[in-house]
Design a protein around this ligand. Sequence first.
Ligand code: GTP
Ligand code: MG
Length: 345
Amino acid sequence: MGLFSKLKEVFSKKEEKIEEIKNETINEEKIGKEEKEEIVETEKYVDGLSKSRDNFVSKLSILGIKYTKISDEFYDELEEILITADIGVNTVMDFVDRLKKRVKDENITDFEYLKEVIVDELFMIYVGNDILSSKLNIVDGELNVILFVGVNGVGKTTSIAKIANKLKNDGKKVMLIAGDTFRAGAVTQLDEWAKKINVSFFGDDREDPSAVIYDGLTKAKNENYDVVLVDTAGRLQNKVNLMKELEKMNRVIGDIVPNNPIETLLVIDATTGQNGISQAKSFKEITNITGIVLTKLDGTAKGGIVLAIRELVNIPVKFVGLGEKETDMIPFDIEKYIYGLFKEF
Ligand SMILES: Nc1nc2c(ncn2[C@@H]2O[C@H](COP(=O)(O)OP(=O)(O)OP(=O)(O)O)[C@@H](O)[C@H]2O)c(=O)[nH]1
Ligand SMILES: [Mg+2]
């Protein structure tokens, strides 16, 4: 059995359980916390990726009806569909080359089997030869710092709130630090989020974000916090200035917690497509990005961007935003993602 069939089997069982819970034919209490979380997350991927799924799965299925033989025209159309799903030109070219080779080597003529191979090979783009961990690097018993960077409007502040909410629910003592001292209203926005999700907040009206971070972190350290999440300004500025600013923030953090890991999460808006990829490439040049938060995946029909990030940026996607609620930001999981994308294929 191919990978795609396996995923369908595993996840459709989870979806059946969702139905059973809804119809009350199964007692919710009987399901363990972890399994329940798995089920809820699977449903979020399925719902959040519905636009992408409608868009490209239907196109791919039409292809199977249109072509009775796997011809050059078939490959051309397949290429176009994947490129318009934001997978990225080079990624698609490589993918099609590998597909052609497999079709030839394995003498594939059946479209049903070809579907398996297509999903399999798309999965391989992400998984490749090395494993990218999508887990946050959080050390128990230490003060962990997560810095959020990205251009304006991509969803940094909202993502901080959503991830902080998750960490708080996992039992961590959490503080938000208002390092966006640039945009009017940014400090208040973060403060309001902190109140809403019931975590601590540190911020004031000073202009230098590093000064605010220094004091916030000092307080967090003295009061034994587990995680601080730092908001930063999304202003578009030249690379040199941004690099200097981020260097200074890192220095300040290093002064207070010299041996602790710093996660620097770059937030990208999935609806901006290839533009988001260029942002990732630029940020990667100026600072050590340890993970990507991909927001607004629910708002695009071009969910293939995850694969382009893997191929072109090669930084692990750690969280995806699949809706606007606090609970709609979930850890990235390639298997759930592939299932959400291809469920009906
Ligand atoms: N549908 C959807 N909307 C989102 C998601 N993440 C953020 N948003 C919305 O995007 C808008 C901008 O979010 P912010 O968190 O303020 O963005 P920001 O990067 O902090 O913006 P600046 O502080 O101006 O740089 C808000 O209206 C959010 O509700 C998501 O995953 N899905
Ligand atoms: Mg913000």
